[in-house]
Design a protein. Structure first.
Length: 291
């Protein structure tokens, strides 16, 4: 049985009361119980929040992303995130706990690298929580063997206490600013990472008959929810030339595989190497509160 790390602010998805660890399960005062999986994660996804029998990324998608990210091809994205966290994470005080949530953590690459490169796992007053709707993502994340709380859950109902989180990161995920506002402390921050209009343009030109270059979506409800924009960065880099296996992993780990035409998929699968351009937009929001 793998070890499980319990975050102090983890809550029951049914009644939002704090969870406590009892043997190999988490329990709330009302008696709801959630078993810890042998791999070392816990499933806090309410049945009514599942859109399918096996929601989120499939096992195949998670494995492809794990191989691709571990190759270091996207390390500049991780490096930029780590620098932004250094800039925006509040200074810890002796009597306060700093909570960081990766909302849509996937297989855990970005949060795990943040924890090790920024020495966050060495701090007694910082808790790290990775949440993903895919059970395959949570399972894969436990393989990093770090003191991080890995949870199957949804960004539309993060299983953490209200007003308890200092920083939420959302790397290419489905962000839910309304729910983020519920769980953030006053002056808490959100770091969003999204694909820029030129991201993977070489691959997109191969698999789509027509390529649409779209800017990152406007955050229309951010102001009314109490968020203000603090920073926006764009990074551009060229990963090393992808080999055939890495091209296939990239296809499988992104929505492009399911959106591309049959002819486009065939053309991509015939590639033996590919040079790519990566473009990622980071946005930092600060939660000031509503009203």
């Amino acid at each position: 049985m793998a070890q499980f790390t319990l975050a102090a602010h983890l809550t029951c998805p049914l009644d939002k009361q704090l969870l406590t660890l009892q043997n190999r399960s988490l329990q709330c005062p009302s008696g709801h119980s959630f078993d810890i999986a042998k791999q070392g994660y816990v499933n806090l996804l309410p049945v009514q929040k599942k859109n399918s029998k096996d929601p989120g990324d499939s096992k195949e998608m998670i494995q492809a992303r794990q191989r691709f990210l571990q190759s270091g091809l996207y390390q500049p994205i991780s490096d930029e995130l780590n620098q932004l966290v250094k800039t925006h994470l509040p200074s810890p005080s002796n009597d306060s706990l700093i909570s960081i949530v990766d909302a849509g953590c996937g297989e855990g690459y970005y949060l795990s690298r943040l924890a090790t490169e920024n020495q966050l796992i060495e701090a007694d007053n910082i808790e790290l929580i990775g949440v993903d709707i895919s059970k395959w993502g949570a399972q894969a994340a436990t393989k990093y063997q770090l003191p991080i709380t890995w949870v199957v859950g949804t960004n539309a109902q993060l299983p953490v206490a209200e007003n308890s989180v200092d920083l939420i990161i959302c790397m290419f995920g489905f962000y839910e600013l309304e729910w983020f506002a519920k769980v953030l402390k006053p002056n808490g921050k959100v770091i969003l990472a999204e694909a820029g209009p030129e991201h993977l343009i070489e691959l997109r030109e191969i698999i789509y008959p027509e390529v649409r270059r779209r800017d990152v979506p406007a955050l229309k409800t951010a102001d009314e929810l109490g968020f203000t924009s603090r920073q926006q960065n764009q990074i551009n880099f060229a990963p090393k030339t992808l080999n055939q296996a890495q091209i296939q992993d990239l296809l499988v780990m992104t929505p492009h595989l399911y959106r591309a035409s049959y002819e486009g998929k065939q053309a991509a699968q015939a590639l033996t190497k590919l040079d790519l351009s990566a473009q990622v937009v980071f946005r930092v929001l600060q939660y000031k509160g509503q009203g």
